[in-house]
Write a protein that binds this ligand. Structure first.
Ligand SMILES: Cc1cc2nc3c(=O)[nH]c(=O)nc-3n(C[C@H](O)[C@H](O)[C@H](O)COP(=O)(O)OP(=O)(O)OC[C@H]3O[C@@H](n4cnc5c(N)ncnc54)[C@H](O)[C@@H]3O)c2cc1C
Length: 307
């Protein structure tokens, strides 16, 4: 049965895109932190949406469970197959085309296997910003970002993938394709089906493409590290920063003393001080660099006098 499945699959997407040798499938079997180890039947690397749809139909016919996998960076085992040897891992990395960049509409449509870093570069080439940014951006893929509803560093200002997505294309569990790729912002009609798939971790279908929002590129950034006594004080700071800088406040992270002590072990003096709690504040703006820095320094000085 599995021999027939694999040979039909090989005819469908090409034998070299159906990995079965232990060394070839090894990277797909283990979670990034090596806490989960699985054993798939094989790994399939389809190259087009049509191939994904055919693959899903075939898997349904042969009752083969599917495990979608993007960059395999999600660190919680959801992209790892179980140990039964029955599941087919579906790697989306060959779906890496740019379908459209519409700078006038501030949107771009990409296939799901485009890495996040590449998506940022595509936006930058059109003098736009795609604001999702995570430490794994060199490896994680747009499909994985959508399936996990990734947040990243600039959530305060731009939101998670839910807020960054205008349209989706998904292959459903029966092989039908739900095409809702659209750059329309004021879509007030009916249910917003795409939101079902965002954050669903591959349970409801395989995401093959998405239309994503773009923004004006910030021309200025200003950052500050501030030591505070406790989390309540940090929340006061967040409120005050929002009041003063509104949506120019781009990032606001809180780090414990233990976290910074650990970082100092690796980075030495790059960690300038260790307070009970440390805030990392980032502002960004389309105005000049000097003006933004000046505004932040002025505000910090005034607040220092208050405290
Ligand atoms: C150093 C580091 C920093 C990180 N920082 C953040 C952070 O700041 N914010 C954050 O949210 N996450 C963060 N992550 C977690 C991770 O990078 C993100 O969750 C990322 O979005 C996962 O993308 P991926 O392509 O690697 O997905 P994978 O790990 O391959 O898959 C994740 C899930 O999505 C499913 N999936 C993948 N592709 C598809 C698809 N095309 N269609 C349907 N389902 C699919 C998989 O089955 C699995 O359930 C970080 C990870 C690392 C290692």
């Amino acid at each position: 049965m599995s021999t027939e499945f694999l040979s039909t699959l090989s005819n469908l997407i090409g034998a070299r895109h159906v990995l079965q040798a232990p060394l070839d499938i090894e990277p797909f079997c283990v979670d990034l932190r090596q806490r989960y180890l699985g054993q798939p039947l094989a790994v399939a690397l389809p190259g087009t949406r049509a191939e994904v749809a055919e693959l899903v139909r075939l898997a349904r016919q042969f009752h083969v469970p599917l495990v979608p996998q993007g960059g395999n960076t999600s660190t919680c085992g959801a992209a790892t197959p179980d140990g039964s040897g029955r599941a087919l891992v579906v790697g989306l990395r060959r779906l890496d085309r740019t379908i459209e960049v519409d700078a006038a509409n501030n949107s771009m449509t990409l296939e799901a296997g485009v890495t996040l870093a590449r998506a940022q570069q595509i936006a930058e080439s059109a003098d736009r910003l795609f604001p999702l940014s995570l430490a794994s951006e060199g490896s994680c893929q747009i499909g994985g970002n959508l399936a996990t509803n990734a947040g990243g560093l600039a959530v305060l200002r731009y939101g998670t993938m839910r807020e960054l997505t205008l349209g989706l294309e998904v292959v459903l569990p029966d092989g039908r394709v739900l095409n809702q790729l659209s750059g329309l912002r004021k879509d007030t009609s009916g249910l917003d089906l795409k939101q079902l798939f965002i954050g669903s971790e591959g349970q409801l279908g395989l995401i093959t493409a998405a239309t994503l929002k773009l923004f004006a590129r910030p021309r200025a950034r200003a950052t500050a590290l501030v030591g505070v006594a406790d989390a309540h004080t940090a929340i006061d700071w967040l409120g005050a920063l929002r009041e003063r800088f509104a949506d120019r406040l781009t990032a606001f992270e809180i780090m414990s003393a233990d976290c910074l002590a650990l970082l100092r072990d690796y980075q030495g003096d790059k960690v300038p001080f260790i307070a009970p709690w440390t805030l990392l504040i980032e502002l960004s703006d389309s105005d000049g660099q000097a003006a933004l820095e000046e505004a932040l320094v002025e505000w910090l000085s005034a607040r220092d006098m208050e405290d």
